[in-house]
Design a protein around this ligand. Structure first.
Ligand code: GLA
Length: 387
């Protein structure tokens, strides 16, 4: 389908190349990356693909296989005017502007974009699109970029779309390793793979509440970032505070010095920052029960302190737990989207069946058939190959 679309828009696809960039599921460490606190995601077997062929000029011409994503075209240069907020082409422009500036690239491409990842759902389709676009444009000019440098650059580049995100999504998209989750630390960016125990299974389930980061949820997200800046201006560097020996003291100081809303934001940051390292240790030790209880604690913290969950998501987490999950939590930017649940190989089918019966049937759909409910596999990072 990509090739047919390519040929119908741009002529022969001979010599075209293909970039694949995975989405991700964040296992724990939510809304912590923009405070340079660690996160613990894994790359998915689903993502964004771009079939592309270099052009002789600086035009970037785009078509997409996704319904409603019309053709786009712009010039590769260091200052690119964005489309209207929320336009899909802005994710390509974000990458294009950054690579044009950083590597002085001048050669455009004809490209067809496709994906098998649910959009606006917390699985990072947007960063996969940014990273895929960057890799394609770098490949056009035969630039071999360092992945860590590229991940950092793309995290900053994505601010172009108006969300003040951290660096998790671009890092795991570029640095994912098959069979592994990754501890990601920032400033400097470090990606440390941790093997997912063989019998552990993660599945994701959509709350059926669409969290459109490029529309309303963007303001909520940016408000979280701004609140953390305000709290840090009073309390000092969050990283130092998370590393402090006595968490109770740190929280007591926060309670004394911060107004109520900022204190709750702060408490999530401090507790979640710690949970990431504890969860990494639990996975390394193969302790699923411990990992699951940290996921649940993370969910409660997002629900009660950070205020980024919603009733449908909470209900889905509860349903997962009463259906046999070892742990469950909302994943991604929040305000809807997906829940991630941990189970083991012996129970994964029954958990899927029960979630379908107990959550989705009541909403008149089959979660599995509708693509709302599926197992995720720890997968490798983005790559370019011959098409
Ligand atoms: C979005 C952002 C990330 C991160 C998550 C929440 O995916 O792009 O940087 O902040 O939300 O953990």
């Amino acid at each position: 389908m990509m090739r047919e679309l390519f040929e119908s828009r741009f002529g022969s696809s001979q010599g075209a190349r293909l970039v694949t960039a995975p989405g991700r599921v964040n296992l724990i460490g939510e809304h912590t990356d923009y405070n340079l606190l660690p996160v613990f995601p894994m790359a998915l077997q689903f993502g964004i693909r771009i079939l592309f062929r270099p052009r002789g000029d600086a035009s970037v011409r785009l078509a997409s296989t996704a319904p409603g994503f019309g053709d786009r075209s712009f010039e590769l240069q260091t200052e690119i005017q964005p489309y209207a907020a929320g336009d899909w082409g802005n994710y390509v422009k974000a990458a294009a502007q950054a690579v044009a500036e950083h590597w002085n690239l001048k050669r455009g491409m004809d490209a067809v974009v496709s994906g098998d990842l649910p959009m606006s759902a917390g699985l990072s389709s947007s960063s996969a699109m940014v990273v895929a676009s960057a890799l394609a444009l770098l490949d056009v000019d035969r630039v071999a970029a360092d992945r860590i440098e590229l991940a950092e650059l793309m995290a900053a580049a994505e601010h172009y779309v108006g969300t003040h995100g951290g660096g998790m999504d671009q890092a795991i998209c570029l640095g994912g390793k098959r069979g592994h989750a990754a501890l990601i630390e920032f400033a400097p960016l470090r990606i440390t793979p941790v093997a997912v125990p063989e019998h552990w299974r993660f599945l994701v389930a959509h709350s059926m509440v669409k969290a459109n980061k490029s529309a309303g949820a963007r303001e909520h997200y940016n408000q979280c970032v701004a609140d953390c800046r305000s709290a840090a201006a009073i309390m000092g560097d969050f990283r130092t505070l998370v590393g402090a020996a006595n968490e109770e003291d740190v929280l007591a100081q926060g309670q004394a010095r911060l107004e109520d809303r900022l204190f709750h934001r702060f408490r999530h940051q401090v507790s979640e920052g710690r949970r990431v390292y504890l969860a990494r240790d639990a996975m390394a030790a193969g302790d699923a029960k411990r990992f699951g209880s940290l996921m649940l604690a993370s969910h409660r913290s997002m629900r009660d302190d950070y205020l980024i969950s919603c009733p449908e998501v909470d209900q889905l987490v509860d349903t997962a737990m009463t259906s046999g999950a070892i742990g469950a939590r909302m994943t991604g930017a929040g305000f809807g989207g997906f829940v991630v649940a941990l189970t083991d190989a012996a129970n994964v089918d029954s958990l899927i069946r029960r979630l379908d019966q107990r959550f989705y049937a009541a909403r008149g759909v089959s979660g599995v058939m509708a693509g709302h409910l599926f197992q995720v596999e720890p997968s490798g990072g983005a790559a370019v190959s011959l098409a």
